[in-house]
Every structure is written in structure tokens, then in C-alpha cells.
Design a protein around this ligand. Structure first.
Ligand SMILES: CC(C)(COP(=O)(O)OP(=O)(O)OC[C@H]1O[C@@H](n2cnc3c(N)ncnc32)[C@H](O)[C@@H]1OP(=O)(O)O)[C@@H](O)C(=O)NCCC(=O)NCCS
Length: 151
């Protein structure tokens, strides 16, 4: 994406809630936006801003975290991937994932993986991610796949 009206910047965990809440936890208490590992020193939160009005419109988080599927490899987990519906299909989600992949590569992570909502599976497939293992349910959220790609 070469859209100069969008800027990707590092943000703090609490700032992600502006997007996490309406997109990932609609109608639920704000505290449900907290995700395990949000405040670790090596966790990175990125925000996509509309530079015209400095509005945060997309967020994604990178954790140092392995998965039982990838034992022995240096793993990173993508969490809290969300873009405001008014800004879907403009390449913002893809831009956030690519930016986190670059950060993960620079710190020599070998695998990037996520618990992907089945509803977001095509988004991740488009970006080169593959499913591993069966569909599983996350309480109050729905069915997911583990998806991954080598870095
Ligand atoms: C999934 C999500 C982050 C994608 O963000 P986005 O900014 O709209 O995605 P992009 O515009 O970067 O999409 C890149 C490509 O992924 C694919 N894609 C994205 N959303 C898709 C959808 N709903 N259905 C099918 N393909 C999709 C398309 O190929 C798209 O390219 P194109 O628009 O040129 O065809 C966004 O839809 C979202 O916030 N969804 C709700 C929350 C969610 O499910 N988060 C993931 C939790 S695991």
C-alpha cells in the first residue's frame, strides 16, 4: 500500500482499545480488550493512523510467544488484528501485518503465527499464511485456525 494518508506507528497497549473494542469485543466491557502479554517489554503494538485527522483506524500486536506446533523454532504471535469497518479493504490490515513481519524478521524470529478467526482466514491466506491443525473454538469469540508462515 502506498497510501500516503495512512501512517503506521508504535502505540501503547491501552491505545489499541479504541479499535479493539468496536471491532473485536463489540458490546462487551472495555476490560475484555486486554490481551495476555500486552504489557511485556518485548511486545509491540502498531497503529495505523489516518494522517488527515490523526484517527487511529487499525491495530495489531506482536508477541514473543511460541506455539506447541512450532517447538524448537523462534516464534512470534500476531494478536489483536483489527481495522475499523469503515476502512476495510484498503490494504491497511495487510500493511500492519507486513510491518510486524519485518520487525519479527529483524529480531530473527522464524515463524509468525496467530489464532485466526475462520472469518478472517482468507485475509491471512492472501498474505501467505497456512492453517495447521483442526478448527477450534475460543469462548465467546468463535471458531479459529492456527495459521502461520515462515519468516
Ligand atoms: C481481517 C481484517 C483485519 C482485514 O483488514 P483489511 O484492512 O480490511 O484488509 P486488507 O484490505 O489489507 O486486505 C488484504 C487482502 O486480504 C483479503 N481480504 C481481506 N478481507 C477479506 C474478506 N473479508 N474476505 C475475503 N478476503 C479478504 C483480500 O484479498 C484483500 O485484498 P483486496 O481487498 O485487494 O482483495 C479486517 O477485516 C477486520 O478487522 N476484521 C474484523 C476483525 C478480525 O476478524 N480480525 C482478525 C482476528 S484473527
Amino acid at each position: 500500500m502506498q497510501d500516503k494518508t495512512i501512517e503506521i506507528r508504535t502505540i501503547r497497549a491501552l491505545e489499541t482499545y479504541v479499535v479493539r473494542h468496536p471491532v473485536l469485543r463489540p458490546g462487551r466491557p472495555l476490560e475484555t480488550c486486554a490481551m495476555g502479554g500486552d504489557d511485556r517489554h518485548d511486545t509491540i503494538h502498531l497503529g495505523a493512523f489516518d494522517v488527515v485527522n490523526n484517527q487511529l483506524i487499525g491495530v495489531a500486536t506482536l508477541l514473543v510467544e511460541n506455539s506447541p506446533y512450532f517447538l524448537g523454532l523462534k516464534g512470534a504471535q500476531l494478536r489483536g488484528m483489527a481495522v475499523l469497518p469503515s476502512h476495510h479493504r484498503k490494504g491497511i490490515g495487510a500493511e500492519l501485518v507486513r510491518a510486524l513481519e519485518e520487525i519479527a524478521r529483524q529480531r530473527h524470529d522464524q515463524i509468525l503465527w496467530m489464532n485466526a478467526r475462520v472469518s478472517a482466514q482468507l485475509f491471512y491466506t492472501t498474505l501467505g499464511y497456512k492453517e495447521i491443525g483442526p478448527v477450534f473454538e475460543i469462548d465467546s469469540i468463535g471458531p479459529h485456525y492456527v495459521m502461520y508462515r515462515s519468516l
